[in-house]
Design a protein around this ligand. Sequence first.
Ligand code: F6P
Length: 548
Amino acid sequence: MVDRDVMAALAALEAHRVEIGHHTIADFFASDPGRFDRLHLRLGDLLFDYSKHRITDATLAHLIALARAANLEERRAELFAGVKVNLTEHRPALHMALRNFSGRAVMVEGQDVMPGIFAVREKLYAFANEVRTGAVRGATGKRFTDIVNIGIGGSDLGPAMAARALSPFVQKGLRAHFVSNVDGADLSDTLAPLDLATTLFVVASKTFTTQETMANAASARARVAAALGEDAVGHHFAAVSTRLDLVANFGIREERVFGFSDWVGGRYSLWSSIGLTLAIAIGPEYFDDFLRGGHEVDDHFAEAPLQENIPVLMGLLGVWYRNVWGYGAHAVIPYDQRLARFPAYLQQLDMESNGKSVRRGGGQVSMATAPVIWGEPGTNGQHAFFQMLHQGTDIVPVDFLVAAEPIDADASHHQLLVANCLAQSEALMHGRSRHEVDVQLAAQGLSQAAAARLAPHKVFAGNRPSSMLMYRRLDPHMLGRLVALYEHKVFVQSVIWDINAFDQWGVELGKELANRLAPIVADDEASTQGLNASTAGLIDYRRMLTGA
Ligand code: F6P
C-alpha cells in the first residue's frame, strides 16, 4: 500500500516536472512578486529561504503528498516515541532525549531514560568545570591547557566541527585538538607543540574497539607513561564510551569515565558524553545552549505542519532533485570559516545514514538514495569549485549558510562575506544570458568577431537551485539548531526511501579486510598467497620500496 502510494506520488512529481520544466527559477520570480514572502520560513532568528528552487506551489503540494504517502508523520511519531526504528540493531534512535528540556519522560523498554541522562550530564559538567578551573590538574600539578580528543567518525567529527565553529566561546587558555586518523602523523603532529604535563586526553569511542582510536589511545598512553611515568596515566586520561568494561581495562579512572547508551548512534552522539571535549572547551552553560538549540528544532520538527516544517522541506527538496531530476550531488557551503568542518560532519551524518541500497524490510531500493554531500566554506570555494557549480554539465543544488553578524571578526569583512554569499546564490539562479553577454562585450568595445568568439564562454545557464539559511550569529544555540535541522532532514529522506538511517553495515567489510591484511603488511616475511593479485602485487611493491 505504502509502496504503491509512494510510487504514484513520485510518478505525479515526474509528470509535474515535465509540466514546469521549461520555466526557469528566474521566470517564477518575474511572474510572482510574492514568491520570497511565501517561500521562506522562520524559526526564531533563523530564516530558511527556499524560493530559489525549481518549484511552484503545486510542486510543494506534490512533495507533501509524497511525504504523506510514505507515512512521514507516523514514522516521525515512532522516532520520538522510542520505537526501535534501527531495525537491524534492534534499537531506538533517541539522540533527541539528550537535548530534551521538555520535562517529559522518554521511555525505552518501559524505563524513563531522562534521570540517567541528567546524572551523566551532571557528572560530565562537574568534570568539565574542574578542568576549566584547574581543580583537576595533570600529574605534575600543572593546569591543563590542551585537551586532545582521540576518536573517529561520530566520536570526532561532531566535537571537532563544533569546537571550531564555537571557537570564540572557548575559555581563554584552553585549546581543543582532535586526533582521528590511524596515520601516526595525526597524533605526532598534534602532540609536537604540546606539553604532555598540561595535556588531557579524552578517548572517545562508543564501542571502545575501533582500530584507529585504540591505536592512537595506546600510543598516547605510552607517550604519557614515558614522559611522566605510568602513574600519570590516570591523571591525563578521561574516556567516553558505552563499553565501560573495556574502558576499565585501559586503566582510566572510573570518575573520569562518561557513559552513554547504545540507542545513540555514533553520528548522532555529539549531544551525549561524546561532547565532553567540547563541554570542557566552551563550558557547561554554552554546552547547554547548544543542547537547547537542538531541542528547539526537535519541537519544530515534531509539531510544525509538514508544509511549514524546515527539515521536512529540506528533505523533500533533496528528494525532488535526487529522484525526480536525477542530480547526484548536494553541496553545503557555509559562508563562515568557523564552519569549515561542517560539510565533513554532514558527509558522515547524511552518507553514513542514507548511503544504502537495501530497504528496511531487506528488499532492494528502487530509487536513488543519498547524493554525494560535499562543500567548503565560501568565499574560498568560489576560487576553487564554483566554476563547476556555475558552468559545469552537472547541476548541484546548494545549501548556503550565513550569519547576519560576525562574532569577534571585522564587520567590514563580514559585509563582504554576506555580499558574496547572496551574489553566488543569485548568480546560480539567474545566470547570464547570451544577450546579456553580448551587451556587456559590446560595452567593453570588443570587435564583433572577438565578442562572438568569447561570448559562449561567458554565458551562465543559471536556473541552478539553492537554499539559504540565514541567522543572527553562529553561537552555541544556533549551532545546535543547525545540526538538529540536518539530522531531521536526513531522517525525512530515509522515510521516503524506506531505509534504516541508523545502522552502518557498509563500513564493516573494509574494517574486516584491514584486520586481515594488517599482520601481512606488518610482517615482511608473511605470505601473500591467496590474496587478490592486485593486493599481493601492491604489498610486494611496498616491500621493495621499503627495502624488505
Ligand atoms: O566508521 C563507522 C563507525 O562505526 C561510525 O559510525 C562511528 O561514528 C565510528 O565508526 C566510530 O565508532 P566508535 O565511536 O565506536 O569508535
